[in-house]
Design a protein around this ligand. Structure first.
Ligand code: FAD
Length: 398
């Protein structure tokens, strides 16, 4: 019997490092393996939703988060021509944290009680009589009691447990970039979460790095298949032509970008299972979702914190049933979030330009998904653990 489980995590992205943080706080021995030779998040911003912020703060990151957060000052939604669309007053935008991705990952790296090994590309996961064995492209081998695949949308661990998520193109591409606020005469008006929608397109921007930079994400229709990667360069002129004639700040923001990256947006149905024996998945490896609700990273963070509760004090022989309990809890929840994100995408791709109709449409889908923000993943996992004492596995996923 081992009180201190040895947990191996594949992938040092937001999901992998958040899980390492949560598992470390609960006393497990954690080793994280990352294929990149050094931390390499592409420069861009991310909005961390309140359901994830609560968990990170509870794990002791309150001050660290406040330091890198750029406090949001409301939500402004406009049509392509600048018509103001009224938004829900107690908007979630006020509670989300707007952060530069690199600053966020560095904060997690500094906080984790784990060994993080860069330059380790996982190529194999095998279950042995007593645990699991990971193999890496550099020849290294690592044995652990539990393996967590946090290796993103093209997960190798997902394939190793017999799964293959099937992508369907949404027919849009996301351009992402950062503009320096000092280059923008409209920067003072961009203190919160700003969105423009219309003509099947949308642009979202918010300040990060204490307002020094404006993070930009612009979704445009595309008939071409595009890679899902943070590193594919985009063409600023092509982006500008997509927004020709739009509200002046939209055109000014695009003109202020030094470079842009493009990410093809694909949707995937929920996977049939996440866990097999002593191996499980989290984050994009488990539930890739379209990004229109800003919940991908939020759900990855929830996964890690729920898993930590469910693995804490687990005996070695209990690991498979604890991982199934984790799957049962999280698969259902994240499937609903995936569906809400899909619904949000319809709103952002609309051709509608009438401000009052847009306000009503937004109110409808936001209120239908309001349950996402107050959800407490640790509380839910603790309740699941309690229920597991009598019934370990939900019949639906047996
Ligand atoms: C345009 C866009 C905007 C978004 N905006 C938001 C937002 O505002 N808020 C939000 O919550 N979410 C947002 N998301 C979603 C969010 O970025 C992802 O859901 C989140 O990054 C997933 O984290 P992850 O750790 O699961 O995966 P990843 O971030 O993909 O990390 C996986 C890690 O695993 C490593 N890896 C991969 N394969 C291997 C291997 N074989 N061996 C070892 N390491 C490996 C990778 O190098 C990487 O470091 C957005 C997504 C997009 C596309």
């Amino acid at each position: 019997m081992n009180d201190r489980l040895n947990v191996a995590i594949v992938g040092a992205g937001i999901g992998g490092l958040s899980a390492a943080l949560a598992l470390g706080v609960r006393g497990m021995n954690v080793t994280v393996f990352e294929e990149a030779v050094s931390p390499r998040e592409a420069g861009a911003g991310i909005s961390i939703p309140p359901n994830a912020v609560t968990l990170l703060k509870r794990a002791g990151l309150c001050d660290a988060l406040e330091k890198i957060n750029t406090r949001s000052q409301g939500l402004s939604l406009r049509t392509s021509q600048g018509g103001s669309v009224s938004t829900p007053p107690a908007s979630v935008a006020m509670q989300s944290y707007q952060i530069h991705r690199v600053e966020f990952l560095n904060m997690l790296l500094n906080a984790v009680k784990a060994t993080v090994k860069f330059g380790h590309r996982c190529i194999g996961v095998n279950e042995t009589e007593i645990g699991t064995r990971l193999t890496f492209a550099n020849g290294a081998v690592h044995d652990a009691d539990v393996v967590i695949g946090a290796d993103g949308i093209h997960s190798i661990v997902q394939r190793q447990i017999g799964l293959a998520a099937r992508p369907t193109s949404e027919g849009i591409v996301a351009y992402r970039g950062l503009a320096q606020s000092q280059k923008l005469s409209c920067a003072a008006g961009l203190r919160g979460l700003n969105m423009w929608t219309g003509a099947g397109r949308s642009m979202i921007c918010f300040p990060v790095s204490q307002g020094r930079l404006i993070n930009v994400v612009a979704f445009v229709p595309s008939s071409r298949d595009m890679e899902e990667t943070w590193f594919a360069p985009g063409d600023i002129n092509a982006l500008a032509s997509e927004y020709k004639g739009w509200d002046a700040p939209v055109q000014d923001i695009i003109a202020a970008l030094d470079q842009t990256f493009r990410w093809g947006i694909y949707d995937r149905p929920p996977l049939p299972y996440w866990s097999s024996g002593r191996v499980t998945l989290l984050g994009d490896a488990a539930h890739p979702m379209v990004p229109h609700f800003g919940q991908g990273a939020g759900q990855a963070i929830e996964d890690g914190f729920a898993l930590a509760i469910l693995l804490e004090h687990a005996r070695h022989d209990e690991i498979p049933s604890r991982l199934r309990a984790y799957q049962n809890l999280r698969l259902e929840h994240t499937s609903r979030v995936q569906a809400a994100s899909r619904q949000a995408g319809r709103f952002y791709r609309s051709l509608g330009e009438n401000p009052s109709e847009r306000a009503e449409e937004m109110r409808e889908w936001m209120s239908a998904a309001a349950w996402i923000f107050p959800y407490d993943a640790e509380e839910a996992a603790a309740a699941m653990l309690k229920a597991c004492a009598s019934v370990m596995v939900h019949p639906r996923y047996r």
